[in-house]
Every structure is written in structure tokens, then in C-alpha cells.
Design a protein around this ligand. Structure first.
Ligand SMILES: NC(=O)c1ccc[n+]([C@@H]2O[C@H](COP(=O)([O-])OP(=O)(O)OC[C@H]3O[C@@H](n4cnc5c(N)ncnc54)[C@H](OP(=O)(O)O)[C@@H]3O)[C@@H](O)[C@H]2O)c1
Length: 310
């Protein structure tokens, strides 16, 4: 904030900023000299935080000062619990309802932000075997596909107010010691890794450095709106991913996890996440001229593993 307590023109409001993606984005924005104000669910701890439960009105004085952009990343972690009815509701509400409420609040500001970036996921395409998917592909079926469709639609109040809305359809994010890679790496290090199910399902992944740069690129591209697949240009099958991770860690990876065992352990989540196939291309990012620093797994994986070791 400036000394007279108004936000600088480059101030970005972020929700879910304590999460895996939010932490990396927050750091990159700050390094670039951009002001960051976080929406937090707990009581705010300093002037650059604002408490919000995702439901109540957002009309305090701090909020009314406005922002140049908003990035909405909140959501109950999809892999944190088994998908019983109550947790499915929490996964949905923490995304769809909060997006609608935030979009309405931003739209009602005296000076709405120029852009709202909202998280979404390649889960919107559902389970599509070997089909090559881009942003023009129709959504698929299933809990995650329905969720993502409703999540994206929930930003409509912002669009109606003339705010540029971008849907960040994230693939599997490779991050140091966190997310999917954080769960797999310890097993692989012990030589207990292996393909999941048939191993033929496609994984559309992205390294964290490219994810951060892609989000900054979209933040600063006034002509770009709508859905963007935030994935590397070279998706791989689960078997290829397994081989690449084993190679990078210098370990064998022969212990296949059969689909029935994954279903037993995780319930329906197994079919929609680990066993689901989505061969997704970042077509609109490529068309817009975005350059990937880690376009292949053999380039991106060692960097992610090395970062985890530090
Ligand atoms: N990581 C991936 O591979 C990936 C892939 C596809 C899509 N995405 C999507 O991208 C977004 C960010 O991902 P992430 O990996 O950074 O997620 P994350 O690490 O689980 O963080 C999400 C953040 O959302 C907030 N949150 C947690 N539970 C919530 C609830 N019940 N209601 C409202 N807010 C809640 C928390 O922030 P506060 O405590 O600060 O509020 C949390 O830090 C998510 O919506 C996720 O679904 C991620």
C-alpha cells in the first residue's frame, strides 16, 4: 500500500494464497514489485490480508479501495479426504459459491478490477482415453467435470460487469515436495514406485516455474480471456511418467498399483483422478506465443526434484 493508505495501481487480490499454487504466485508477484492483498479465512494478521469466509458480503473499506486484478484459487483440497457426500459438497461450495460471491463483489466495486483469473482444472475434460484435447474440446462427464463447468460459469457476474475473466485449467502441477509429486517421490525413492492401473492413462502436467510464468503472462495480456489449459505441451502416459520419475531418482519402478487396489483405498476418487486419462494441450497459450521453459518431463522433473531437495 502507498503511504496515504490507498492501493497502488498494481495491486492483486489473491484468495487461497496459502496453498501450493498461491504461495508460488504470491512470491513471484512480490518479486516483480506487484502489491499483493490476500483473502484469508482466519482473522487477518496484517494490513495486506483481508478476512473473508467465502460467503459473507465483501464490502469493507479495505475492499472498496479496489484492485488491478484478482486471482481466485480457493478450494478444499480434492485429494485430502475420501469423497463422501459431505466432502463432495465442500469441494463444490468452496469453489463454485466462493467464485460467484467474489465475482459479484468485484463487479459491484466502484472501480472493478481489469481482470479476474479463476482456478479451474483439466478435470473439466473428464476421462477421454487417447483423445487430444484443447480448449475447444467439449467438457466431459463425472463429478470433477461437472464441478469445473459450474466453477467456470460461476464467474459470470464478473464477465457481465466487463471484467476480463480467465479460467486457469491447471493440469497436474509438479512442485517441490508438494502435491502429486510430493506424494509420489518418497515411495519412488524407496523403490516402491510403479505405474497406476494400466499405466495407459494420459497425465497432463506442468512444472511450477512454467505455471507461474503462464499465470503472469495471462494477467498481463489484456486481449486474452476465457479458458486456458495450463499444461506443458508434451503430456505423457502414466507409464511414461513413472519411467521418467524413476530415471530422475535412479530407482527401479516395477511395483504396479492395480486399479482395484486404488479403488479400494481411495473410492470413486481413484477413477476420476489417478486412473483418469486426459491428453490436454496448451493450445491457446501456444497460439498466444507463450514460451515454456520446461516443455518436456525430462526437462521439468529434475528441476522440480532438485528444488524439493533444497
Ligand atoms: N495443485 C494442482 O495440481 C492443481 C491442479 C488442478 C487444479 N488445481 C486448483 O487450483 C487451486 C489452487 O490449487 P493448490 O494446489 O494451491 O490448492 P491447495 O494447496 O489445496 O490450496 C488451496 C487453498 O484454498 C483454501 N481453502 C482450503 N480449503 C478451503 C475451503 N474449504 N473453503 C475455502 N477455501 C479453502 C486454503 O487457503 P486459505 O486457508 O488461505 O483460505 C488453501 O490454501 C485449487 O482450486 C485447485 O483445485 C490445482
Amino acid at each position: 500500500m502507498t503511504q496515504n493508505n490507498t492501493y497502488t495501481t498494481e495491486t492483486v487480490l489473491i484468495s487461497g494464497a496459502s496453498g501450493m499454487l498461491g504461495s508460488a504466485l504470491k512470491e513471484a508477484l512480490r518479486e516483480a514489485g506487484t502489491g499483493v492483498v490476500q483473502l484469508v479465512r482466519r482473522p487477518s494478521a496484517h494490513c495486506c490480508e483481508m478476512q473473508w469466509d467465502g460467503k459473507s458480503a465483501l464490502d469493507d473499506e479495505k475492499f472498496r479501495k479496489g484492485f488491478s486484478a484478482a486471482i481466485h484459487l480457493s478450494g478444499a483440497n480434492v485429494a485430502a479426504h475420501r469423497w463422501n457426500a459431505a466432502y463432495r459438497r465442500e469441494i463444490r461450495e468452496s469453489r463454485v459459491a466462493t467464485t460467484r460471491n467474489l465475482a459479484r463483489a468485484l463487479a459491484a466495486l466502484p472501480q472493478p478490477p481489469a481482470v479476474m483469473l479463476v482456478a479451474s482444472a483439466t478435470g473439466i475434460y473428464g476421462n477421454r482415453a487417447d483423445e487430444v484435447l484443447n480448449e475447444d474440446s467439449p467438457p466431459g462427464n463425472g463429478f470433477l467435470a461437472d464441478l469445473c463447468r459450474d466453477w467456470e460459469a460461476a464467474a459470470q457476474p464478473a464477465r457481465d460487469a466487463g471484467i476480463r475473466v480467465v479460467h486457469l485449467r491447471f493440469g497436474v502441477v509438479l512442485s517441490a515436495g508438494a502435491g502429486a509429486l510430493g506424494k509420489m517421490t518418497p515411495l519412488f525413492r524407496l523403490g516402491l514406485g510403479g505405474p497406476l492401473g494400466s499405466g495407459r492413462q494420459w497425465i497432463s502436467w506442468i512444472g511450477m516455474p512454467d505455471l507461474v510464468q503462464a499465470v503472469l503472462f495471462l494477467l498481463r495480456a489484456p486481449h486474452l480471456a476465457g479458458p486456458f489449459n495450463i499444461v506443458a505441451p508434451h503430456p505423457v502416459t502414466n507409464a511414461e511418467f513413472t519411467r521418467a520419475l524413476a530415471r530422475a531418482l535412479h530407482r527401479p519402478a516395477f511395483l504396479r498399483a492395480p486399479a482395484f487396489a486404488l479403488r479400494l483405498a481411495l473410492g470413486p476418487m481413484a477413477d476420476e483422478t489417478l486412473l483418469s486419462s486426459a491428453r490436454v494441450l496448451p493450445q491457446r497459450l501456444l497460439d498466444a506465443g507463450f514460451h515454456f521453459a520446461g516443455p518436456t518431463l525430462d526437462q521439468a522433473l529434475p528441476a522440480a526434484l532438485e528444488a524439493a531437495d533444497h
